[in-house]
Design a protein around this ligand. Structure first.
Ligand SMILES: [Zn+2]
Length: 182
């Protein structure tokens, strides 16, 4: 599935729990981290096919990445479990929306069995666009009603400005007079 959809899934899930700003940011990192194995893309199609969905999309990477990220958190166990769940969500989203041929070697490097779901859809499909739209609307809801955006930890000033704008739009909408009743 698309990178931005993975990132937004981490942000939305993190906002369902009581976390610090850094933990919410790391949740987005966890949600997209498996795609680190796609950095071989500039080195050609063959290199990309040989690494993507293999080195970052397996249980060993999931455990290691969750552990490393959780080390930077206050609530380490809680965050470890959340990151574990988010990376598995990434794998599920990929099995659904990566298109034909993109399998996942979940037990790599111990076993090379490749998994795929026959009911998945193409990468550039309407389903992937709808999934992206779903998470985007959820992000907007969080901005309006929780007063925070995915920029909250790396760019707090810009986040505050965007949150204030969202609040202003919300208040304007609430205050605007409705149609007169006839
Ligand atoms: Zn992926």
């Amino acid at each position: 599935m698309h990178l931005q959809t993975h990132i937004m899934s981490g942000w939305c899930a993190a906002n369902c729990f009581k976390l610090t700003a850094r933990e919410r940011f790391l949740s987005m990192v966890a949600a997209v981290l498996p795609d680190l194995d796609g950095v071989t893309y500039p080195f050609g199609q063959e290199a990309y096919w040989a690494t993507h969905h293999i080195y970052g999309h397996n249980l060993v990477f999931t455990l290691a990445a969750s552990g490393v990220l959780a080390a930077f958190c206050v609530a380490r166990i809680k965050c470890f479990l959340l990151f574990l769940a988010l990376i598995h969500l990434h794998l599920i989203m990929d099995l659904l929306g990566s298109g034909e041929g993109w399998t996942i070697s979940y037990w790599f490097p111990f076993c090379h069995t490749e998994y795929s779901w026959s009911f998945g859809w193409d990468f550039n499909s309407l389903e992937n666009k709808l999934a992206g739209l779903f998470f985007l609307l959820w992000c907007l809801w969080i901005a309006v009603y929780r007063q925070r955006t995915p920029l909250e930890w790396p760019m707090p000033k810009l986040d505050a400005q965007l949150a204030a704008l969202a609040q202003k739009l919300r208040l304007r909408r609430t205050k605007s007079p409705g149609k007169p009743e006839i």
